[in-house]
Write a protein that binds this ligand. Structure first.
Ligand code: MG
Length: 302
């Protein structure tokens, strides 16, 4: 329905469908996060962090608990082989789920110190894994286990496809959160949600230039988010940035102009493209999972 969209720039009309509205697919989570689409079996997995579980939704079948306990999992993605890659608050690590269901630990320490609580993760086309490490999983017992940080900061890390210890690719974030590459992978967008615990902290998305495929340079603030903050974000095939915000999902042009919004009645944490044509946006929003068909589709990275 038209009421689910707010058009702020006429260009937004080419990205949405006037005859569709927001669907609620599930309700019953405490804090839904980390959606990831599995095209192979047409299902969506996502985290319900405080309830310590990963849920699975399938068209016509509804929702079931897929993994519990999940070690308070947060962000999810898939690697180049289609394996699930998960950030775990509870165990303060990044893991990979193998096809036989066993779990491989990809990262849990940096120079001997435990990570804070990996939050969100993305895999580049070369197989490298990039993730953020703010402290949300150790600030209280609600989304993990309360603990003192061992690292002096909150970093953006990169894991080399060859394995080994994570390397810091950005060390000047307050609380780095969602992250996503542009379709050509020359830009990495990283959210900073420092304002969650500091009134004048950052509430913006930064755009960092990817150098040699493995380093970050040429930083700029892509956009401030208002109202609320961004958390998770994804890009469509034309490089538009779709991000969570205080009043729903915001869509930004690649140059940073706010084009329009999908208005969602609950606080949105994250989103991902899915469906048979990758033209369905799945939205995790507090207690619920929503979806909306769009006139665009998710970025297919090279
Ligand atoms: Mg997040």
């Amino acid at each position: 329905m038209a009421g689910d969209f707010e058009v702020l720039d006429e260009r937004f009309r080419s990205l949405i469908l006037p005859i569709v509205g927001l669907e609620k697919l599930y309700q019953g989570s405490l804090w839904a996060e980390g959606p990831v689409w599995f095209a192979d079996n047409a299902t969506l997995l996502w985290s319900d962090i405080p309830n310590n579980r990963i849920l699975q939704w399938a068209e016509g079948l509804g929702t079931r608990v897929w993994r519990q306990p999940s070690n308070n999992s947060n962000g999810n993605t898939r690697d180049r082989e289609g394996r699930l890659v998960t950030c775990e608050h509870g165990m303060r690590r990044v893991t990979r789920t193998e096809p036989d269901g066993s779990i491989t630990v990809l990262a849990e320490r940096y120079r001997g110190k435990r990570l804070n609580s990996p939050n969100d993760v993305v895999v580049k086309s070369d197989g490298s894994i990039w993730f953020t490490d703010p402290p949300y999983g150790i600030l209280s017992d609600y989304e993990g286990h309360k603990a003192d940080p061992e690292l002096p900061g909150c970093y953006v890390f990169r894991l080399d496809p060859a394995g080994g210890e994570p390397e810091i690719v950005a060390d000047d974030f307050d609380k780095p959160n969602g992250l996503a590459f542009s379709p050509d992978e020359t830009t990495l967008y990283v959210v900073d949600t420092g304002a969650s615990h500091r009134k004048d902290g950052p509430r913006h998305i930064r755009a960092l230039r990817v150098q040699d495929g493995r380093r970050l340079q040429g930083d700029r603030v892509f956009t401030d988010i208002n109202p609320g903050m961004a958390d998770g974000l994804r890009l469509d095939r034309d490089g538009h940035v779709w991000t969570s915000a205080g009043d729903g999902v915001h869509c930004y042009a690649p140059q940073g102009e706010l084009l329009g919004k999908i208005l969602v009645p609950e606080m949105v944490s994250n989103l991902c493209f899915g469906g048979a044509k990758r033209n369905r946006l799945f939205i995790t929003a507090t207690t619920a999972l929503y979806a909306v068909y769009l006139a665009t589709s998710g970025a297919q990275r090279p």
